[in-house]
Write a protein that binds this ligand. Structure first.
Ligand SMILES: C[S@@+](CC[C@H](N)C(=O)[O-])C[C@H]1O[C@@H](n2cnc3c(N)ncnc32)[C@H](O)[C@@H]1O
Length: 230
């Protein structure tokens, strides 16, 4: 990632971008993404109504950390653990924990979603929800595969996996998402908008997760909620 200068596009140690927008950084290290300012309220509303109002939530690919801060501020019984593969994103998550007026934000933990073992958060049957927002299209498919396998392994019975982002549906893709996937693949041929029905749901069903709800969100995004069988 970058040195945090305003207006830079954050990059990982490998030099690849971890986000496709400029993030603003506060003096205390908290980062802000323009996309989070736009999507945090619609996500809060769906999360509250369809995922959970309280319990232990693991976020995979927390990025700046804003979603966890915003949701725990709004939902007083939510305990949220941040994680990311990227060190500078984790530093921002730590800054959000330090700035928080409550103690329900934890981590950040190193989690590479594509791995079969998630270190400190590898607690089978513990998590009420696992959340990943805008990650699976900006990572190789192994990250989507590993995320879903992790949810099958670690969610408690009845727990929810919440995915948010752009998707194709059964081979059909919105024009804006088709243009987006082209731009993603020009950066890395392993990235791209995934097909929910053909690529994601079959993987989820294989690990005991069934679709609980699919909700259309602004800007051709979806909220997708899976539930682990009880
Ligand atoms: C577009 S950002 C989204 C961040 C945040 N969820 C949000 O909505 O603002 C993508 C994030 O995915 C993380 N990421 C990419 N590949 C990953 C992997 N294999 N495991 C965990 N995190 C990953 C990046 O470091 C980055 O923080």
């Amino acid at each position: 990632m970058t040195n945090g200068t305003d207006g830079d596009y954050p990059k990982s140690e490998s030099g690849k971008p971890v986000a496709l927008e400029a993030r603003r950084t506060e003096g205390d290290g908290r980062r802000y993404s323009p996309s989070v300012a736009r999507n945090r309220d619609p996500i809060l509303s769906v999360f509250r109504d369809h995922v959970c109002k309280g319990g232990h939530v693991l976020e995979v690919a927390s990025g700046t950390g804003e979603h966890g801060a915003y949701l725990t501020q709004a939902l007083g019984d939510l305990y949220w653990t941040y994680s990311d593969i990227d060190a500078e994103s984790r530093a921002s998550q730590k800054a959000w924990i330090d700035a928080s007026s409550h103690d329900r934000l934890a981590g950040p933990v190193v989690v590479d979603a594509s791995k079969g073992q998630w270190g400190d958060v590898e607690r089978p049957g513990y998590w009420d929800a696992i959340v990943s927002i805008n990650m699976i299209h900006i990572a190789p498919f192994e990250a989507a595969f590993g995320l879903i396998a992790g949810a099958g392994r670690l969610l408690k019975p009845g727990g929810k996996l919440f995915l948010y982002g752009p998707f194709a549906r059964n081979g059909e893709i919105a024009p804006s998402n088709a243009a987006f996937t082209e731009s993603l693949q020009s950066r890395d041929s392993a990235w791209g908008v995934r097909d929910l029905d053909r690529q994601i749901i079959p993987l989820a069903e294989e690990v005991g997760l069934s679709v609980a709800k699919i909700i259309e969100m602004p800007a051709n995004n979806l909220s997708v909620i899976f539930q682990r069988q009880a």
